[in-house]
Design a protein around this ligand. Structure first.
Ligand code: SF4
Length: 432
C-alpha cells in the first residue's frame, strides 16, 4: 500500500520559516510506516527542496529563513487590507512533476496548519483529484477548528483533533484499508532528505486553559513524553541531518523542570546544540536555577509569554503571569548572562474588547526591560471562550469564515484609522 502525505502551500500576507515543521503530521506518517505502508511526502514549505538551489533561498540565523513566494491577487475578503497577499511555498509545477513521476497512491493525506490557510489545501486537493481517485484524508488545525467548513473541501475523510486512536478508527471505517493503532509513535523525520534544524516536543498539551487558546482541543490532556524516546529521537536526527539547532514546540515547556532538564542534559551529552523556544515560555517558572540552566545549556532564543499586563487580562490568561513574576524572571535571566538580542516578550494585540491603549500600555512597561517586544496578533479561534465572547461583542463580523480568522488583519479591531494606528504600534515596538 502506498500513501502520499502533503503539507500544502500557504496563502497569507506574511510567512517565515521560524523553525516551522508539520511535527504532529510526522506522527501520522510514522503510523503508516509502522503498519507496513510505503510512504511519500511532499512539503511545499520545505526550504531544503532542490528547487531552492541557487538564488531563491534566503537564510537567516539558526536555520530559519524566507520561503519562495509569489505575489497574488487578494481575495475580495481582504480588499481593504493595505498589504500584499502572497502564495508561499514551492510552485505547483514542482508538485505536478512529482506526481507525474510518483505513480499511483492508495491514499493521500493532507494537513493544514492554520484555519485561514485552507486555500492552499483546496488547491492541493484539486490538483490531486486530476491525478487520482484515491481517497483523500484531511486533518490538522483547519479541519479541527472549522469542521463544517472543511467538510466542503472535497476530501473523502475529514479528521478533527489530534487523537491518533480516533484517526485509526475513522480511517478504518471509511476506507477499504486497515491500520492497527500503535503506541509510542514518533515523528518520521526520514521523509526529509535535508533539514536545517530539528523541532522537538517533550510534552503534549498544556496544564493551563487560557480564554484565547485552542491547544486543549488538539491535545486535551497534558502528557509528558517518555524521556528516553525524546532523547533518542533528537540525538539520532541531530547526527543524521548534521544540524545544530533544536526548537521546542511544547506549550508549557518549563512547567516540569525536572523532565526538561533530564532531556536537555542527555541531548547535550551527545551534542552541544542551540535551543530555541519559539512558542513562548512562562516567565513565572524562571527562578535563579532555571535561568542558569537555560544559559548553561545554550538556549539562544528565549520568547517570554507576557500577553498583557492588564489585570483583567491576567485572569483570561489563567493568571499565569503577574508583573512581579515577570520582573523577577528578567532579573534572573540578565544575571544568568542573557542579552537583549536573545530575549523577547510576546504581547497579544486585538483581543476581544481590548482597546488599542491597553496594548500600548504594556509596550511602554516592557520598554523598561532589556528585551525585544514581539506583537502576537490575536486571531479568534473557533471553539475557544474568546471566540464565543467575540461573537457576542461583534455580531456584525463574519467570524465563522476562516479567512476572517487571519491574525494579520487584526480581525476584531475595527476602529477608525485602524491601519495607521497599527503601523504606528509596529514602529513604536521596533524602536524599543
Ligand atoms: S499557557 Fe499557552 S498553550 Fe497553555 S492554554 Fe495558555 S496560551 Fe494555550
Amino acid at each position: 500500500m502506498r500513501a502520499l502525505f502533503i503539507n500544502p502551500p500557504v496563502y497569507d500576507f506574511s510567512a517565515f520559516d521560524l523553525w516551522s515543521k508539520p511535527y504532529g503530521f510526522l506522527f501520522i506518517v510514522d503510523l503508516f510506516v509502522r503498519n507496513g505502508w510505503d510512504v511519500s511526502f511532499f512539503d511545499f514549505l520545505d526550504r531544503n527542496h532542490s528547487f531552492y538551489d541557487g538564488k531563491t533561498r534566503k537564510d537567516k540565523k539558526y536555520g530559519c529563513g524566507n520561503y519562495y513566494y509569489e505575489i497574488i491577487d487578494k481575495p475580495a475578503f481582504y480588499r481593504n487590507v493595505p498589504r500584499r497577499y502572497k502564495r508561499f511555498g514551492l510552485p505547483n509545477h514542482v508538485f505536478i512533476e512529482f506526481l507525474e513521476n510518483a505513480g499511483r497512491f492508495d491514499v493521500i493525506v493532507i494537513t493544514c496548519a492554520m484555519t485561514y490557510w485552507y486555500s492552499g489545501m483546496l488547491e492541493v486537493i484539486k490538483i490531486c483529484k486530476n491525478f487520482t481517485d484515491s481517497p483523500i484524508v484531511i486533518g490538522g488545525v483547519y479541519p479541527t477548528f472549522c469542521y463544517q467548513h472543511a467538510k466542503t473541501a472535497g476530501a473523502d475523510i475529514v479528521f478533527q483533533g489530534g487523537n491518533i486512536r480516533k484517526f485509526v478508527e475513522i480511517f478504518n471505517e471509511n476506507t477499504p484499508f486497515h491500520l492497527n493503532y500503535i503506541e509510542n509513535l514518533k515523528p518520521c523525520w526520514n521523509v526529509y532528505e535535508k533539514l536545517s534544524y530539528l523541532v522537538v516536543r517533550t510534552t503534549f498539551g498544556c496544564p493551563f486553559s487560557c480564554y484565547y487558546c485552542g491547544v486543549n482541543k488538539i491535545h486535551p490532556v497534558y502528557l509528558l513524553r517518555n524521556q528516553d524516546e525524546v532523547v533518542q529521537e533528537a540525538v539520532k536526527n541531530l547526527e543524521r541531518y548534521r544540524v545544530n539547532d533544536i526548537a521546542f514546540y511544547d506549550d508549557a515547556l518549563l512547567y516540569n523542570f525536572d523532565h526538561l532538564r533530564k532531556i536537555v542534559e542527555k541531548i547535550t551529552e551527545a551534542k552541544k546544540v542551540n535551543f530555541h523556544t519559539p512558542n513562548g515560555i512562562h516567565p513565572r517558572f524562571i527562578n535563579n536555577e532555571m535561568a542558569s540552566f537555560l544559559k548553561m545549556y545554550n538556549f539562544k532564543t528565549i520568547r517570554l509569554s507576557v500577553e498583557s499586563f492588564d489585570i483583567k487580562r491576567q485572569h483570561e490568561s489563567s493568571n499565569k503571569l503577574f508583573f512581579s513574576e515577570f520582573e523577577r524572571a528578567m532579573k534572573n535571566l540578565i544575571t544568568a548572562g542573557f542579552s537583549k538580542e536573545e530575549l523577547a516578550a510576546y504581547i497579544l494585540a486585538g483581543l476581544p474588547g481590548q482597546k488599542f491603549e491597553e496594548v500600548t500600555e504594556t509596550v511602554k512597561i516592557l520598554k523598561n526591560f532589556p528585551c525585544k517586544i514581539k506583537i502576537a496578533e490575536y486571531s479568534p479561534i473557533p471553539g475557544t471562550i474568546d471566540f464565543e465572547i467575540s461573537k457576542k461583542l461583534y455580531p456584525e463580523l463574519p467570524l465563522d469564515e476562516p479567512l476572517y480568522q487571519n491574525n494579520s488583519i487584526f480581525p476584531l479591531w475595527n476602529f477608525e484609522g485602524k491601519w495607521e494606528k497599527i503601523n504606528w504600534l509596529k514602529n513604536f515596538v521596533r524602536d524599543s
